[in-house]
Design a protein around this ligand. Structure first.
Ligand code: PLP
Length: 175
């Protein structure tokens, strides 16, 4: 079971038609025409597509050496921002964030903004840069971590992705 694999309960899991669908479910659950979503420039293209599909404003934070510049996110965030998309590692630029900078950032995000941490490529991190983001879920009720069988497992044609969050958020997306 995915829940066993991640050492969480089934109510923490959202299963998607690829993790792509979960990115869209997160947008549909938390965005609307009066909201905005913040993301890095050169991040995974789907964040812009699903944000636009909800009629929401796309806020792009300039990248730094092709990498997410987390320091630029707070000032880019608006009062109506409801979702923050982070790809780690990022596709297409191949950059990644380290454990400490990402945890500090997530802790600093106001709780009314959902952080979608997209870890489609997390299995490719080198052992010295890899970390277990799942342990953050207990601390952050506004965190959604997405994973996929499409990349490291080579099963893109099956369209299976999943996300882990606290049960209240999982319940919203599962509706
Ligand atoms: C490939 C990819 C996805 C989506 O993959 P699925 O096949 O829909 O699971 C999501 N995010 C990133 C960064 C990707 O590269």
């Amino acid at each position: 079971l995915i829940a066993d694999h991640e050492s969480v309960k089934p109510e923490n899991i959202i299963v998607g038609n690829g993790s792509n669908e979960i990115l869209e479910l997160a947008a549909r659950a938390f965005l609307n025409k009066d909201a905005s979503a913040v993301m890095s420039k050169h991040a995974f293209a789907v964040y812009k597509i699903v944000t636009k599909a909800c009629g929401s404003e796309i806020i792009e934070v300039p990248a730094k050496d092709w990498k997410h510049d987390l320091d630029g996110f707070p000032s880019a965030t608006k009062e109506n921002t409801r979702v923050c998309f982070i790809a780690n590692p990022n596709n297409p630029t191949g950059t990644w964030l380290d454990h400490a900078e990402l945890e500090t950032f997530i802790a600093s995000v106001p709780k009314h903004i959902v952080v979608v941490l997209d870890e489609a490529y997390c299995e490719y991190l080198q052992p010295e840069t890899a970390f277990d983001s799942m342990q953050w879920l207990a601390h952050f009720p506004n965190l959604i971590i997405t994973r996929t069988f499409s990349k490291a497992y080579g099963l893109a044609g099956l369209r299976v992705g999943y996300a882990v969050s606290q049960p209240a958020v999982a319940d919203l997306l599962n509706r």
